[in-house]
Design a protein around this ligand. Structure first.
Ligand SMILES: NC(=O)c1ccc[n+]([C@@H]2O[C@H](COP(=O)([O-])OP(=O)(O)OC[C@H]3O[C@@H](n4cnc5c(N)ncnc54)[C@H](OP(=O)(O)O)[C@@H]3O)[C@@H](O)[C@H]2O)c1
Length: 232
């Protein structure tokens, strides 16, 4: 099951997972773009479900339509750029709503209904911004750090079922989300990335590892895939 699958990283995860043989439940809000993603999927049996994950009823409806899943990839997210001294609580709540409360509560709903299979895998899409500081990224970084904070206890709680819980921390990836905050700065950013800026497929291939049996003994990690920017 992949959230945020109508765009960017989630879209690529859905496509690449389907190529790797997975049957994909893919969700997002924009039905037109979900239809476009559907056309890109390999294989058969995939399920498309539109839902706003910040809407309690729509989340419940989504959960009721999903059968047992082997993996969940939480890609739905928004940017949240504001200098800390100009921050209003409303903005902070709104960023946390999508980036933290929704993935955590969706996980809770799937777990309470026993819908994540034993030996399954949960992947949270955090960000290198959770580990490093950049001017203006306070709300976004906070929400992505919170995901990592909750990922650790969840990994311990689910280990007895063999369910792994990990977070991925991409650096800048060329997607509509990044476009919205500053693609005009591409060249400036790229200078700080020894291996260059990311593309959605870079993240999708890492997701496939964390979903597959190749990572059966990997849990509670936050894995950076950031072109080396974190040590520059
Ligand atoms: N791009 C980067 O540089 C980067 C780097 C590190 C981490 N990330 C993280 O990676 C994830 C995906 O980012 P992206 O760059 O692929 O962004 P994107 O292209 O803007 O896609 C965001 C996705 O989230 C979905 N979404 C947003 N709010 C939602 C809500 N309330 N309910 C359901 N779905 C919702 C969108 O659905 P609709 O469009 O259908 O509304 C869309 O599918 C995010 O969590 C982001 O923080 C991105």
């Amino acid at each position: 099951m992949i959230t945020g699958a109508s765009s960017g990283i989630g879209r690529s995860c859905a496509i690449e997972c389907s190529k790797a043989g997975a049957t994909v439940i893919f969700t997002g809000r924009n039905e037109e773009r979900l239809n476009e993603v559907e056309n890109q999927l390999s294989g058969e049996g995939h399920i498309k479900l539109a839902a706003d994950l910040n809407d309690k009823d729509q989340m419940a409806n989504l959960v009721n339509q999903v059968g047992k899943v082997d993996g969940v990839v939480h890609c739905a997210g928004v940017s949240g750029v504001n200098p800390m001294h100009l921050l209003g609580k409303g903005m902070l709540v709104s960023v946390f709503e999508t980036n933290y409360f929704s993935p955590i509560m969706l996980t809770q709903q799937l777990l309470i209904k026993k819908m994540i299979a034993n030996k399954g895998s949960i992947v949270f899409m955090s960000s290198i911004a959770a580990k490093t500081g950049k001017v203006g990224l306070g709300p976004y970084s906070g929400s992505k750090s919170a995901l990592i904070g909750s990922m650790h206890p969840l990994a311990l709680e689910l280990a007895r079922h063999g369910i792994r819980v990990n977070a991925l921390c991409p650096g800048i990836v060329d997607t509509p989300l990044f476009d919205s905050v500053g693609s005009s700065l591409d060249e400036v950013f790229a200078k700080n990335y020894p291996l260059g800026l990311g593309v959605p497929e870079d993240v999708a291939f890492a997701v496939i590892y964390f979903l597959s049996d190749a990572s059966l003994k990997v849990t509670g990690t936050s894995f950076s895939l950031d072109g080396g920017v974190h040590f520059v």
